[in-house]
Ligand binder design. Structure first.
Ligand code: HEC
Ligand code: HEC
Ligand code: HEC
Ligand code: HEC
Length: 275
């Protein structure tokens, strides 16, 4: 009797297991990383956020407003008086995650995905940001690092080039393989200054954001090819000059000043509450 019961139950168990497994896989396939907006990132990475805010990426939506950048628009054959802020042929490259889950929508514009923000370059953050918090805590408490592989698997980008290209090289004849409409109106044919040079631009702290010293919670590949260079320069710029001479220098060099800034405090990243 007992034996028979067991045999009878098995198919049910397998069927149930199959259903559970299927819904698990199906659920997972749907639940890729989502865009969340820069609010979360910025609350832990205050220094980068502050620096980014000054970049033209941060102000990209303004360029779509009427009478902004009128000369550039004329040159590209656009109407400078027109409001392009709700134009689906424009907004995609001037916001985060347009047409992707959690990303910017014209109907329900979210200010934290307006402009070209953190996730446009670093990848949609819903899955990797939690790993940052945990890895930071683990490193602070036990000195143990977490492999970057985990971040990559959760959707964090360490190469950038494809992401930049999707906006900067999306026009016919750019040589980038992924081109599809709507194209950017600002191509090298309009003006040579719109020629995209990844290696030069990605190293521009003014175009990305300034770089700040990281405590080092993550280790291994994939690591961005200039990561060590950026991090070394941050440390290297630590100057012990008196405040006076610093001030003088600041005045002289004013806006151009330091490309890299000294580290923000450890606390800047670690002292954040669970989120
Ligand atoms: C709860 C706080 C928190 C949030 C939210 C957060 N981070 Fe982080 N992030 C950290 C910590 C801690 C580290 C590890 C710093 C270290 O020790 O090197 C880190 C590391 C990083 C690094 C460096 C990775 C490397 O290669 O070493 C990047 C880039 C980054 N974060 C971007 C982001 C972006 C983009 C978001 C938003 C999607 C985000 N972070 C959200 C805390 C956070
Ligand atoms: C979501 C689209 C998008 C992505 C991704 C993107 N950019 Fe941009 N980028 C823009 C737009 C739009 C502007 C123009 C902003 C404006 O002035 O309105 C711009 C401007 C720039 C500028 C000009 C800055 C200046 O002040 O003249 C540089 C340089 C640049 N991007 C480099 C990069 C690099 C490097 C990457 C990848 C790491 C990248 N961008 C990723 C859309 C994007
Ligand atoms: C495929 C992505 C893409 C689309 C679509 C797009 N843009 Fe942009 N836009 C960019 C990039 C990239 C830049 C930065 C170019 C650079 O400085 O090299 C930019 C820059 C601009 C600028 C600033 C130019 C300057 O010289 O400062 C304006 C204005 C602008 N775009 C308006 C528009 C309008 C209006 C539309 C729709 C008709 C549009 N864009 C559609 C990617 C795009
Ligand atoms: C236009 C692309 C771009 C945008 C937008 C951008 N970043 Fe970055 N970020 C980079 C690049 C490139 C690096 C260098 C990566 C490395 O060293 O591993 C970087 C590095 C970082 C780092 C590592 C430490 C450092 O200072 O170098 C953090 C943390 C970070 N970004 C957070 C942010 C946050 C937060 C935002 C939004 C407020 C943001 N980033 C927006 C391109 C971008």
């Amino acid at each position: 009797m007992e034996g028979e019961g067991r045999i009878m139950r098995h198919p049910v168990t397998y069927a149930l297991a199959a259903v559970v497994l299927f819904s698990f896989l199906a659920g997972n396939a749907d639940a890729g990383p989502k865009f969340e907006g820069r609010k979360k990132c910025s609350s832990c990475h205050k220094s980068q956020a502050k620096s980014w805010k000054k970049s033209s990426h941060a102000k990209a939506m303004n360029s779509l407003k009427p009478n902004k950048k009128a000369d550039a628009k004329k040159k590209a054959g656009l109407d400078p008086a027109k409001d392009y802020t709700k134009d689906k042929n424009c907004v995609g490259c001037h916001v985060d995650g347009f047409g992707q889950e959690g990303g910017y929508t014209i109907e329900d514009a979210n200010k934290f995905t307006t402009g070209v923000g953190c996730e446009s370059c670093h990848g949609p953050g819903s899955k990797f940001r939690g790993i940052h918090r945990k890895a930071g805590a683990k490193f602070e408490k036990k000195g143990k690092t977490t492999p970057r592989k985990k971040l990559a698997a959760a959707g964090q980008d360490f190469h950038f080039v494809e992401r930049c290209s999707a906006c900067h090289l999306n026009y016919e004849g750019s040589g980038w393989k992924g081109t599809k409409e709507p194209y950017t109106p600002f191509t090298p044919d309009v003006d040579k200054k719109y020629t995209f040079n990844f290696d030069k631009y990605v190293a521009s702290a003014k175009a990305m954001h300034k770089h700040y010293k990281l405590p080092g919670s993550f280790s291994g590949e994939p690591k961005f090819k200039l990561h060590d260079e950026f991090q070394a320069e941050v440390g290297g710029k630590k100057s012990k000059k008196s405040k006076k001479s610093k001030k003088k220098k600041k005045k002289k060099k004013s806006k151009k000043s330091k490309k890299y800034k000294k580290s923000t405090k450890f606390e800047d990243v670690f002292k954040n509450k669970r989120r």
